[in-house]
Ligand binder design. Structure first.
Ligand SMILES: *Cc1c(COP(=O)(O)O)cnc(C)c1O
Length: 460
């Protein structure tokens, strides 16, 4: 990089040349983006010297926290030795081999093989290719339809965004592609009928899968894909009855079950993978984000032995990416996983910091603005509502969420707003004291938001 520039200079260049993801560029350029200059542990520093607690682990990925020299050294050493080579034409290399074996060890026993990609989106595009290829080889080419859920997030390429159930994404560019079907999500607060218990709602929503299979015909359905906990959809933790019923349906039907573990994988729910927390038994497991704690871009698709056995009989799979198994990214993943194991981070989430934060986060439900404050592992949400009992929404959905999110930044805490739901996904290494800090800043944010809504006359 060149000479250090002032914040104003950087903002002007950013506005002139840089298109940001998921952003209204006109208003962002007018306001100016916040420039992050460095980070350590769970703390970000911006170009104006503010220290901000990163309650989102970057984008759900920096599981081991910032500033891990060990990952940096592993990547640098690998870059010196072999910065790049492909795995297409009967070649391979040690980082990809070692990481494949490590993932086979860490994932549930049915998984022993991985296909590497560069991201979660690419992984889910691979899933579409792979499940359709699987049924082609089995001479059931009419089994093509993949069932997903409304408000799911599976990435942003054409294929992954089609698998996802985000209406605002589908509205741009004629998505979804054919043969993707979306069913209801297990979002009790937002979608249950008045008087319906979480248990009843969980069962009813799960059975939407069975009805969809019956309606389309089992001979046309290839797979069901879901995140154990919907992340970008608003940290939606399903009712206890949901996953057992889904698992039953998947067991009884000839379809593949794909667990998108891009967020839930690598310790976030208190087990290595979300499918273990919910005791589901996927045939395909999708990973990215936490696999390298975001230090390098990497994704992967694990296939269960029963799927791999079919694929191995099918000859060439005409699919792959230039950066599949990138050596420096694999080296970052290996160093990251070594840290997670050595520091027992998964166990820490399950038995120490997870329960600690959940107790304090849950207490925020007493705030007059908060309808529910669920938390699982290092994933939490706060549903903002004008009326907790009737579960009503604010007018102009998203406006109050954005207001609160902006207050949160001002209070030195990164939270994200999805509709009027605030969400957190802190690094797994966050300390007890930092959890107290996170909750104190959240409480202040709720009070600030409450005060502003009073001024607007939106609440009594
Ligand atoms: C982020 C995410 C993706 C997409 O990953 P990218 O690396 O951004 O392409 C896919 N699935 C889930 C569940 C995600 O949270």
């Amino acid at each position: 990089m060149s000479q250090p520039k002032t914040t104003a200079e950087l903002r002007a260049l950013d506005a002139a040349h840089h298109l940001h993801p998921f952003s209204d560029m006109k208003s962002l350029n007018a306001e100016g983006a916040r420039i992050i200059v460095k980070a350590d542990g769970v703390w970000l520093t911006d170009s104006e010297g503010n220290r901000i607690l990163d309650g989102m682990s970057g984008l759900w990925c920096v599981n081991v926290g910032y500033g891990r020299e060990e990952i940096v050294d592993a990547v640098a050493a690998q870059m010196r030795e072999l910065p790049y080579y492909n795995t297409f034409f009967k070649t391979t290399h040690q980082p990809a081999i070692e990481l494949s074996a490590k993932l086979a060890e860490l994932t549930p026993p049915q998984f022993n093989r991985v296909f590497f990609t560069g991201s979660g989106s690419e992984s889910n595009d691979t899933v579409i290719r792979l499940v359709r290829r699987y049924f082609d080889i089995k001479e059931k080419p009419e089994k093509k339809i993949i069932i997903s859920r409304r408000n799911a997030y599976h990435g942003s390429t054409v294929g992954a965004a089609s698998l996802g159930g985000m209406a605002p994404m589908h509205a741009q560019g004629g998505l979804p592609i054919p043969d993707i079907l979306h069913i209801a999500q297990p979002y009790w607060w937002g979608e249950a009928r008045q008087g319906e218990t979480t248990e009843e709602f969980g069962l009813r929503t799960a059975r939407a899968l069975e009805s969809a299979i019956d309606a389309m015909g089992e001979d046309r359905i290839a797979a069901f894909i879901a995140e154990p906990v919907q992340g970008a959809g608003g940290v939606i933790i399903p009712p206890a009855t949901y996953w057992p019923e889904i698992a039953r349906i998947c067991r009884e039907r000839d379809i593949l079950f794909v667990s998108d573990e891009v967020i839930c994988g690598f310790g976030r729910t208190g087990k290595w993978f979300g499918c273990e927390t919910f005791d589901t038994h996927p045939d395909i497991l999708v990973m990215a984000k936490g696999i390298t704690s975001g230090y390098m871009p990497l994704g992967g698709v694990m296939v269960a032995d029963r799927v791999a056995e079919v694929l191995l009989e099918g000859g060439d799979f005409n699919h792959g990416y230039t950066y599949s198994g990138h050596p420096a990214a694999c080296a970052a993943a290996l160093a990251n996983l070594a840290i997670m194991e050595r520091e027992n981070l998964v166990d820490r989430v399950a038995n120490d910091i997870g329960p600690y934060l959940k107790a304090r986060w849950g207490a925020l439900a007493e705030h007059p603005l908060v309808g529910e404050a669920p938390m699982l592992g290092m994933l939490g949400a706060l549903e903002l509502t004008p009326d907790k009992v009737a579960r009503t929404k604010f007018p102009d959905v998203g406006k109050v969420g954005t207001l609160a999110r902006d207050f949160s930044f001002r209070n030195g805490l990164v939270m994200r707003a999805v509709r009027d739901r605030l969400i957190i996904a802190p690094p797994l290494v966050i300390s007890h004291h930092e959890c107290d800090e996170l909750v104190a800043r959240t409480r202040k944010t709720l009070d600030d938001t409450w005060g502003e809504l009073k001024r607007w006359g939106w609440i009594g």
